[in-house]
Ligand binder design. Structure first.
Ligand code: TYM
Length: 339
């Protein structure tokens, strides 16, 4: 393998750690599906090893891994075109992560905001896995020499760390072996906020179910959540500038833009001046039209978990075919003696 041949390749991952929500759909899945036919090899991973950095009930983890796979397929990912697999079945991820544990510095890890958020006040009690998480994430990406990583805005810092790890490895060993993977953060909805509080990210860990639209919600629930979303009393302004200081209104505009495949400017041209009593029902209808069929398709796919498991098994084999030679070369560079 030549050390500096970086063919464009896409990698991204989602944790099977509970309900998928509209943020995951607009920030990740929808964009993965749209990029599918651009002719670039793409790998999408159910990152089950990341999920266990905080406690997961084994039965729930199994269910969430299958449901996430169903979510990918229902969102339009074709397992023939893209490689869909679960992380634990490709041991090269953790093997490379160990090397990266020895490259990354404690200080770099301590700066990661996701660790600080998830560990909360009691960092001493967080798992070592949660602390080392970004090194495993770097390995997820670099074990495939991936060049592009489509993610929501919250993952940007982790991709920057991935670049730091790649650069330090290349520098320390005097090689050009790992690429500088680019985060791809595009579109109006790369940071979908809570429907109850426009200053908080929409997240599966929010205790209020009304704060998010789950990808398994039915049409009535989706509609109810949009209609009850927090807003201010003013109508929508005539232009984007008028959304300054109105995070809830801004969020609903971004959600509309993401669902409709428009820019926020285009949404304002159509919707500017409307009161929420008019805008919300239009948004609710759009959300139902886009999300309810996905939810139904996920339910249908979940009736045959054997088929889902077979898709993951096949995807893992294809992923290993790419990962194994990259790990072997990494070991050689590092000085491991082997065959
Ligand atoms: P995770 O599982 O939290 O989220 C999966 C994807 O959904 C995006 N996302 C959002 N986008 C917009 N608005 C939101 N409210 C929102 N919430 C989540 C995330 O940005 C992400 O793209 N560390 C990653 C998983 C991971 C990974 C990787 C990603 C592990 N290895 C390698 C890329 C490459 C995570 O926890 O994502």
């Amino acid at each position: 393998m030549s050390d500096a041949a970086f063919t464009p390749r896409v990698f991204s991952g989602i944790q099977p750690s509970g309900d998928l929500h509209l943020g995951n759909y607009l920030g990740a899945l929808k964009r993965f599906a749209e990029a599918q036919d651009k002719g670039v090899q793409s790998l999408y991973c159910m990152v089950d090893l990341h999920a266990i950095t905080v406690w997961q009930e084994p039965e729930k983890l199994r269910h969430a891994t299958r449901e996430l796979t169903a979510g990918f397929i229902a969102s339009g990912l074709d397992p023939e075109k893209s490689i869909l697999f679960n992380q634990s079945q490709v041991p090269e991820h953790t093997q490379l992560a160990w090397i990266f544990n020895c490259v990354a510095r404690m200080g770099w890890m301590k700066r990661m905001t996701q660790f600080k958020d998830k560990a909360g006040k009691n960092a001493e009690n967080a798992s070592l896995g949660l602390f080392g998480y970004p090194a495993l994430m770097a390995a997820d990406i670099l074990i495939y020499h991936a060049t592009h990583v489509p993610v929501g805005e919250d993952q940007k810092q982790h991709i920057e760390l991935t670049r730091d790890i790649a650069a330090k490895f290349n520098h320390d060993y005097g090689v050009e072996f790992f690429p500088m993977a680019e985060p791809v953060i595009e579109g109006a909805a790369t940071r979908v906020m809570s429907l109850r509080d426009g200053s908080k990210k929409m997240s599966k860990s929010d205790p209020s179910d009304m704060s998010r639209i789950n990808m398994t919600d039915d049409a009535d629930t989706i509609s109810k959540k949009i209609r009850k979303a927090k807003t201010d009393p003013e109508p929508l302004p005539m232009g984007l500038d008028g959304l300054e200081g109105r995070p809830e209104a801004r969020n609903l505009v971004n959600i509309y833009a993401g669902l409709a495949g428009m820019s926020a400017e285009e949404v304002m041209r159509e919707m500017g001046g409307k009161p929420f009593s008019e805008f919300k029902p239009i948004l609710a209808d759009l959300a139902v039209a886009r999300m309810a069929p996905i939810s139904e398709e996920m339910g249908r796919l979940m009736q045959d978990v054997g088929e889902i498991d077979a898709i993951l098994a096949r995807g893992s084999e294809r992923a290993r075919d790419i990962a194994a030679p990259i790990l072997a070369r990494t070991y050689e560079i590092v000085g491991m003696v082997g065959r």
